[in-house]
Design a protein around this ligand. Structure first.
Ligand SMILES: Nc1ncnc2c1ncn2[C@@H]1O[C@H](COP(=O)(O)OP(=O)(O)OP(=O)(O)O)[C@@H](O)[C@H]1O
Length: 576
């Protein structure tokens, strides 16, 4: 293995800067990668989470800058792409922290180019008025910048794709391909991730000239100092066990991963009910960028015992110091994500703990499945603690009964969970047909199950879906006055419409021939079927938009594609 002492090809000020930052030695991935990328090699780097990949590409980027011709207006030298805005911002901060320690920091200009902060017009204006040597960006906004009038890319010397497997994943690869098409062939390319997939072969063909694979893996795909447990629980056991774990375990800063945005919103409220002595934060991709960053900052700065409830939008790359426990409330739909989520702890040689809940014996196969992927885990035997399952159910159901809005949220959360479950890549382990939807519904605090195709032909479905003693749903009120008023208004309108319809039908019945009546009945049944199918399709669409994939994709698309700005010609012309 290469020496881990800081030195050549780093410039003397960089060696000093690393010591100032408290980094005595290079990590193994830095020792292997820096000479290659600072030299003339393209690299594909696969190294466990928290192993220091960020500096393994930032330092070579700075080294390379010193050898380039002065930057001309409207151009840039290095482009670093991250899949999410949070990660881009974090990388940008690390970069600037290093540059601040240079003898003349002003020699290195940097620009952060992501959606959710500046408008694209401002990004382009900044780019053109003060060309940055290094751009850190998310894909959608970057593409829009690079295709803007007067923006050139002929000086691009290095392209880095951080979390490359995610960037090259379905959906975003189109954007990345377009970006690649805009860059000069002569540049170097670096691909970095803790998990690499088959797409890499394509990128090697498309953009890389002399790729070297750097693989710094120990026996496992996760850091050696990370201990991973699994806990088995039936749906109704899960929350009491989870509360027991979160109350009794010793940790200071924890992250809990949930499968969808709506489930983060719902379980945040439920956990608040039970965990009064722990600070809770919640963050997901359907929140605006401002609150997202604010929450992350508050969580990072918090010195008390706290938990961040989130989705996979905060799974990759985020380096939050002192996270000592990661809970995966469910295994992620994409098994690769397991490693990224768990890797938010046990970073840079520190110890860390992670746990995942598995649904009873049904999902036990996941343990072997992950073992084959070099992610070993051992069982943690846990009971439901001070709360029996029945006590938990009583408490959550009476809480839901207090406000119809809570029931709406519980239902949406439950439906999005079922949809998420269907999307598991390891579909032989996670079989929705084997899920006990009735118990699952109860565990969500639902009072009455919705009509859903998955419940068709299921045994033991209670009459009319009631999971509690039937009660008058018409009098089930929203706690929020305005919301309740709106509900009553809608109800009144639909009742008078129904009454008018009934009057019309009665009249018709008395005047229409019998054969016509039969025909009309048939037509009405057909219309009803159509309506139901449409409702189911609409529901599926809604669930999809709740799913976490859309969460991350929102970042990729950067509102850019969504807003489809007319043409680049509309951008103002700036003084060059
Ligand atoms: N040479 C070093 N010595 C000690 N700590 C380091 C060194 N280089 C980086 N670190 C620290 O290690 C932590 C993890 O680094 P980084 O975020 O680059 O990991 P990563 O490999 O990119 O992880 P992920 O795969 O999760 O994105 C950071 O807090 C960083 O400051």
């Amino acid at each position: 293995m290469a020496s881990r002492e800081w030195g050549n090809p780093l410039l003397p000020w960089m060696v000093e800067a690393m010591r100032t930052l408290g980094f005595e030695l290079m990590t193994p991935v830095q020792a292997s990668t820096i000479p290659l990328l600072a030299g003339n090699k393209d690299v594909v780097v696969e190294a466990v989470t928290g192993s220091g990949k960020t500096l393994a590409f930032l330092l070579p980027a700075l080294i390379r800058l010193g050898r380039l011709d002065p930057l001309k207006m409207g151009d840039t030298n290095v482009i670093i792409v991250s899949p999410t805005r949070e990660l881009a911002k974090q990388t940008f901060t690390v970069l600037n922290n290093v540059i601040e320690l240079a003898p003349n920091p002003k020699l290195y200009r940097t620009q952060l180019v992501t959606g959710g902060t500046n408008s694209v017009v401002v990004d382009v204006k900044n780019f053109l008025s003060k060309p940055p040597h290094i751009v850190v960006a998310t894909p959608g906004r970057l593409l829009e910048l690079l295709t803007a009038q007067h923006v050139r890319t002929s000086a691009v010397d290095l392209l880095v794709l951080d979390e490359a497997d995610r960037l090259l994943d379905l959906g975003v690869d189109q954007t990345i391909n377009k970006i690649l098409g805009l860059l000069p062939k002569q540049k170097r390319v670096g691909l970095f991730s803790a998990t690499m997939s088959g797409f890499i072969q394509d990128i090697i063909r498309v953009g890389m000239r002399n790729p070297v694979k750097v693989s710094v893996q120990s026996a496992n795909a996760t850091p050696d100092q990370l201990n991973i447990n699994y806990i088995t629980a039936s749906p109704t056991e899960k929350l009491p066990k989870m509360l027991n774990l979160l109350q009794t375990k010793s940790y200071t800063k924890a992250i809990a991963y949930f499968p969808t945005c709506i489930s983060v919103t719902y379980w945040y409220q439920v956990l608040k009910l039970f965990l009064s002595d722990t600070l809770l934060f919640s963050m997901h991709g359907q929140l605006a960028q401002g609150p997202r960053i604010k929450t992350l900052d508050k969580f990072t700065e918090c010195n008390d015992r706290c938990i961040l409830l989130t989705t996979d939008v905060a799974a990759r790359g985020l380096d939050i110091p002192d996270v000592d426990f990661v809970l995966q409330v469910d295994p992620p739909a994409d098994p690769n994500m397991f490693v990224h989520r768990a890797g938010r702890t046990a970073r840079a040689g520190k110890r860390g703990e992670s746990a995942v809940f598995l649904n009873g014996d049904l999902e036990q196969g996941y343990v072997d499945f992950m073992d084959v992927r070099k992610v070993p885990m051992s069982e943690l035997d846990l009971d439901t603690g001070s709360l029996t399952c029945e006590q938990y159910l009583d408490r959550i159901q009476s809480w839901v009964r207090e406000d119809r809005a809570r029931h709406d949220l519980a239902l949406r959360s439950f439906l999005s969970y079922v949809r998420f479950y269907m999307n598991h890549t390891a579909s032989s382990i996670f079989r929705v047909a084997c899920l006990d939807l009735i118990e699952l519904g109860r565990s969500f605090g639902i009072l009455r199950l919705p009509r859903m195709p998955e419940l068709k032909n299921k045994e033991n479905v209670p009459e009319n879906g009631w999971l509690v003693e039937p009660f008058d749903m018409d009098n089930y009120k929203y706690a929020n006055e305005a919301q309740e008023k709106a509900r009553l208004k809608t109800k009144e309108a639909s009742e008078s419409k129904e009454a008018a319809e009934n009057r019309r039908k009665r009249k018709e019945r008395n005047t229409v021939a019998w054969s016509d009546k039969v025909q009309r009945k048939d037509d009405a049944a057909k219309r009803r079927d159509k309506r139901q199918n449409r409702a189911i399709a609409a529901k599926s669409k809604q669930h999809d938009s709740d799913s976490d994939d859309s969460d991350v994709q929102r970042d990729w698309k950067e509102e850019v594609q969504a807003r489809k700005r007319k043409t680049n010609n509309n951008l103002p012309v700036f003084d060059l």
